[in-house]
Design a protein around this ligand. Sequence first.
Ligand code: ATP
Length: 287
Amino acid sequence: MRELYLKAPAKINLALHIKGLRDDGFHELQMIMQSISLADRIKLKKKSGGIIVKTSHTELPTGKENLAYQAAEIFLKQNPEITQGVEIYIEKNIPIAAGMAGGSTDAAAVMRGLYQLFELEVDFNKMRQALETIGSDVPYCLEGGTVYASGRGEILEPLPFIGEKYLVVVTPAFKISTPMVYKLYDNLKGYQDFNFDLLLANLKNEGEIDWQLDYKNDLKKAAENICPEIKEIKDIFKNTKAEFTMISGSGPTVFSIYSSRELAEKAAANWPRKNDFVTAVRTIDSY
Ligand code: ATP
């Protein structure tokens, strides 16, 4: 095989709870992760040696700072028998620094893809361990789906797929730095009760989701403080017959889930804020 095309799906958080600050400086988290059909497209092509990253997005780094580059570098180090290199092309469709794990999913896709491209036996545990060194949510992006993530986000427990749901994802033209949101969260000391066990029970029984449970995001207040547009976006969603509206990760992306594809497409088509990134997508199962 000389080249390979693959998708790198984005994620949203159906719930994000911060249990506290750990001794190592990281936050102890409980999250429900969900993959969506919005995806970057990646092309991998063998070359004589080294790693080259090219992308459709002018703002993205193409050197070692690119998480996809880092994944390729780890792969080549772990498999020294491979003497060839790789050219990575990223068609960037997921907004950057938006709370949808755009960089993490590219890294995970490149790792997955390189195993295929060089026809190596797939070892998910090895891949997950390697990807964790790039970022806490990168191991999740390897297979995606509906997952309970804890620890720093790297401890994964697959849950039954919540089924195909239609949603609208809106990202204002405002990049949010994830560490900045966590820092403000710590300063605001906005700890709140969160009944995560009930959420997990709800998701495990494979019935319909009860949105009245604690499906919420502890980072909401901090993210809204940094980006007041989040509130404006939520207000618009309120008038669109959405079943459920929430920010994803550390924001500023806001998503709404609808009871039908038509309602989601209508809300996206009539979106009034012209500078926002808006798309109607669906939830997807693990890949
Ligand atoms: P998360 O939801 O994991 O917090 P995010 O969606 O908020 O992530 P990313 O889109 O992953 O944020 O981007 C965060 C930073 O990572 C940006 O500053 C960006 O320059 C850098 N980055 C490195 N590689 C990539 C990549 N392949 N795609 C997107 N961003 C990348």
